[in-house]
Write a protein that binds this ligand. Structure first.
Ligand SMILES: C[S@@+](CC[C@H](N)C(=O)[O-])C[C@H]1O[C@@H](n2cnc3c(N)ncnc32)[C@H](O)[C@@H]1O
Ligand code: SF4
Length: 391
């Protein structure tokens, strides 16, 4: 990379004339209507005794905000955050305004609440609904997703599909998101089979970030913490679940940190059993267990010349219920709507331009170095990707 980059002056990469740090469109936005929740899942920050949630009150004129999103050419909005959208009184009115403005909407929800017909009718108009479901075992479900019940989730899914049928809507696509851990992984094949039987067409296996000071934090663990024999039993279960997913041609999305950490554990076990564990391997192991802003997670650190394979700061943003705007779910906010700035101003301010620059050059700060979501790549590959994205 030759022409890098001074955020105060216009920036070009390669032969492109485009300023690749200033971006005026955002493909998708994650919008948090509330950070309050009706459940207390064992791994979630909501379960921290000091946690306080809040509703989206800083956007006084929601209609004007919707116009700003249209002006930025946002196509897709995912309604999600740390909290449960469906407990907010105004969730339907917000969704209806977004639907009428022509956005395609995805919702991530626990589906734990008892709903009424108007709720089902609104949900039936969404493009995709990702229901957080860690297991189909009733007892384990209650233990992990405290306050929730798998049977209510199943009932709500059926009623949304029924509303779509009755109203002549296209059926929303249903996904299930699973935070894989030592309590649910052994039953993963059964989990996938149950989901497929209920019309789930996309599974996501999340990499557990463990917040160690949560009450009950001792009752579950990352799969990489499992004792040797159980760990390989768990890998067998994961393999069978993935085979079933392939057989039924449904989609699977695994967070890269999840797969990277499993591979790293297997490599380390192999090296140990051959008694060739070197200082380098021990160091590598220490590196993939990292403290992130949300807790202890697993990730592989970049080597020189590497960066994260991530376009998020160019095509994605998170708007929190308190007005904070972040470039991805791993990082601190780059600005706040509560300060009176527009989303367009925030998504082209100094902080986000510096982040874009650092990703392109591989000069990563801690947030990106220890990212548990995006895999590693070399800087040239990311630069090409950004160029193609902006073309
Ligand atoms: C924070 S929740 C918010 C939406 C909604 N309340 C729900 O549970 O679907 C969004 C997703 O993050 C996942 N999640 C929460 N805490 C996590 C953690 N510590 N590690 C990995 N995923 C987590 C949840 O399981 C859920 O699928
Ligand atoms: S339902 Fe979602 S936001 Fe609520 S505690 Fe569980 S994971 Fe967290």
């Amino acid at each position: 990379m030759t022409e890098l980059i001074n955020v105060e002056s216009p920036v070009k990469i390669g032969n492109s004339d485009r300023d690749c740090l200033e971006v005026h469109t955002t493909h998708s936005i994650n919008l948090e209507f509330t950070s309050r929740c009706n459940l207390r899942c064992v791994y979630c920050s909501v379960s921290h005794p000091d946690y306080v949630g809040q509703d989206l009150t800083c956007i006084e004129d929601f209609h004007a905000f919707v116009k700003d999103l249209k002006a930025r050419n946002v196509r897709h909005i995912c309604i999600n955050g740390t909290g449960e959208t469906l407990i907010l009184k105004d969730w339907r009115s917000y969704c209806q305004q977004l639907l009428e403005a022509g956005f395609s909407l995805t919702l991530i929800s626990n589906f734990a609440r008892e709903m009424d017909q108007e709720d089902y009718d609104t949900l039936a108009r969404l493009t995709q609904i990702n229901v957080s479901c860690d297991t189909v075992d009733l007892k384990v479900f209650r233990k992990l997703r405290r306050g929730g019940d798998f049977r209510m989730l199943v009932y709500n899914m059926a009623r949304v599909r029924a509303a779509a049928c009755a109203n002549g809507n296209m059926m929303p696509r249903f996904g299930w998101t699973c935070v894989v851990n030592d309590q649910n992984i052994l039953d993963l094949e059964n989990y996938v089979a149950t989901g497929i039987s209920m019309g789930v067409t996309q599974f996501a296996f999340n990499n557990l970030s463990k917040i160690s000071d949560l009450p009950h934090a001792e009752s579950f663990n990352h799969v990489c913490e499992m004792p040797q024999e159980r760990f390989y039993e768990a890998l067998g279960a994961l393999e069978r679940a993935l085979k079933l997913i392939k057989k039924f041609r449904v989609e699977i999305c695994c967070e890269s940190g999840f797969l990277d950490s499993i591979n790293a554990r297997v490599n380390m076990d192999q090296a140990k059993s051959e008694d060739v564990t070197t200082q380098t391997q021990v160091k590598e192991l220490a590196q993939w267990k990292v403290a992130t802003s949300v807790g202890i997670a697993y990730s592989v650190s970049p080597k020189s010349g590497q960066t994260r394979d991530c376009l998020d700061p160019w095509n994605y943003a998170i708007v929190r219920a308190d007005g904070n705007v972040s470039p991805c779910c791993q990082r601190e906010p780059v600005g706040s709507l509560a300060s009176g700035q527009s989303i367009n101003d925030i998504l082209n301010n100094f902080s986000i331009k510096r982040l874009r620059q650092n990703l392109l050059s591989g000069d990563l700060d801690e947030g990106c170095r220890f990212c548990v979501s995006r895999p590693l790549t070399d800087c040239g590959t990311l630069q090409d990707k950004v160029r193609r994205h902006l073309a």
